[in-house]
Design a protein around this ligand. Sequence first.
Ligand SMILES: Cc1cc2nc3c(=O)[nH]c(=O)nc-3n(C[C@H](O)[C@H](O)[C@H](O)COP(=O)(O)O)c2cc1C
Length: 196
Amino acid sequence: MRDDNDRPLDVAVIIGSTREGRVGADVARWFTERAGKRDDLLLDVIDLADYPDFPGSYPATPNGAMAHFTDRIARADGFVIVTPEYNRSFPASLKQAVDYAYDEWHAKPVGYVAYGYDSRGLYAVEHLRCVFTELHAMSLRDTVGLHLVGEDPGTERPGPGPYGDRADRAATALLDQLVWWGLALRDARARRPYTS
Ligand SMILES: Cc1cc2nc3c(=O)[nH]c(=O)nc-3n(C[C@H](O)[C@H](O)[C@H](O)COP(=O)(O)O)c2cc1C
């Protein structure tokens, strides 16, 4: 008999950069091409560039764009954040959106697909781990870290994808962990309300 917990996991993939000329959308496409092949996931790609009506200052009452965004966060059982590194952290566009939700993040797994130069977005990820701990979310241990140039293109980039075999393996590991935690926490939330 099919257990309800066998139904695919609803995963929101959030594109954190809204910069004109960004590479973030290409990185997200690379990732969702891989994630989309799995039958244990249903993807909702949340592109923050599609929310030009996020307010310049935090309003007392959420506007329509904010409510639309937080509804999508509420519906998801897990998240993948696609983030660049800006000055050793993640971009302001992402922090603005993350801060619009609170309960909606609770007791759900978060994976990181980061990119940059030598650091591969590692500093951005470490800052995001602090933020999502505060939001009672479960950051996955493994991350995808993409070098936008590649220190040694001869060894770094072989393989079918634009970022090479290593990145493909990292994406698979992240998705496996996301599904494990996502199913476990979805089941746990259904059994008893999360207490924060
Ligand atoms: C304001 C700014 C700061 C940046 N700081 C860093 C940095 O600290 N480390 C890094 O590896 N790359 C840094 N970069 C390079 C970005 O990782 C690179 O430009 C990347 O393409 C940005 O993502 P996006 O194109 O999706 O916006 C920075 C880029 C910008 C625009």
